[in-house]
Design a protein around this ligand. Structure first.
Ligand code: CP
Ligand code: NVA
Length: 298
């Protein structure tokens, strides 16, 4: 693996190996002397806010023996219009890897192409691949794996997290249903690219959740969509993980949320707190998943 830019670019074997490695690193945390990033400095270029991704990568790089440098676009000439390809060619000569959070997927692709150093997508408008490796690890820990399971994603079905989920389902073959109003379902052209009959699209949220082993949600208003807040709250109002939805799911269904959570919108306070152990285990798993990703790149 030269870069980690999307779930789309991975095979089933790649995903399974990353989850297995994350599981091993989690079990061995604090016990192993190996420092695969020793002598390396990794740059983190973030043009959007982050709590989990930033903290887990900063801790992860250090636990693997490397140094980390956090750069926001406010600090960089990039923020004043220096081209990505020039930034990439400068940084490629100085640091050993880059972890990037930004809007366009083309940004991380271009940075990877011009820098020549391992590049990680820490969230773009199109994908959030690190999140999905952590989520799969959580499903493996809680439910023994994803084979034969039904995962129901509820909410904005056309942002980065569900798109990465769709690629994961396309590669791994589990049943995934996207429960969203038609206007917040992924466009036909994207659905056709998936070539995955195991992914279905449903506007009836209760029907979508019926018998699901995992209920998953993300914010209704992704970063960059703040101007659409009112119309999104109106349109997505019925697409919430609440007690009624859980009652439709399989007995013992787990609830996942990539976080941050907006209680009373995509999830109720009651459901979030009742499933907090799983949801915060999922957040912790970002650290283990990303260490596995980093180890796979050096
Ligand atoms: N889930 C996630 O990526 O969280 P942050 O935006 O806090 O990094
Ligand atoms: N879809 C959300 C994910 C946050 C981790 C966003 O892009 O804001």
């Amino acid at each position: 693996m030269k870069h980690f830019l999307s779930i789309e670019a991975l095979t089933a074997a790649d995903i399974e190996a990353l989850v297995a490695k994350a599981e091993k690193l989690k079990a061995e945390r604090g016990q192993h002397a190996a420092r695969p990033l020793a002598g390396q400095t990794w740059a983190m270029i973030f043009t959007k806010s982050s709590t989990r991704t930033r903290v887990s990568f900063e801790v992860g790089v250090r636990e693997l023996g490397g140094n980390v440098m956090f750069l926001s676009n406010r600090d960089m000439q990039l923020g004043r219009g220096e081209p990505i390809k020039d930034t990439a060619r400068v940084m490629g000569r100085m640091v050993h890897g880059a972890i990037i959070r930004t809007g366009p997927q083309s940004y991380v692709e271009e940075f990877a192409a011009f820098s020549g150093i391992p590049t990680v997508n820490a969230l773009t408008d199109e994908e959030h691949p690190c999140q999905i490796i952590a989520d799969l690890l959580t499903i493996k820990e809680k439910r023994g794996g994803w084979a034969g399971k039904k995962i129901c994603y509820v909410g904005d079905g056309d942002c980065n997290v569900p798109r990465s989920w769709m690629w994961a389902a396309a590669r791994l073959g589990f049943d995934l249903v996207i429960a969203a109003p038609e206007a917040y379902q992924p466009p036909r052209a994207f659905r056709d690219q998936l070539k995955a009959p195991n992914i279905t699209f449903e506007t009836d949220v209760l029907k979508a959740a019926a018998g699901a082993d995992v209920l998953y949600t993300d914010v209704w208003i992704s970063m960059g969509k703040e101007e659409e807040a009112a119309e999104r709250v109106e349109a997505l109002g019925g697409y919430q993980i609440n007690d009624a939805l859980l009652a439709a799911a399989a007995p013992g269904a787990i609830v996942l949320h990539c976080l941050p959570a907006y209680r009373g919108k995509e999830i109720t306070e009651e459901v979030l707190e009742a499933h907090a152990d799983t949801i915060f285990q999922e957040a912790e798993n970002r650290l283990h998943a990303q260490k596995a990703i980093l180890v796979g790149l050096v």
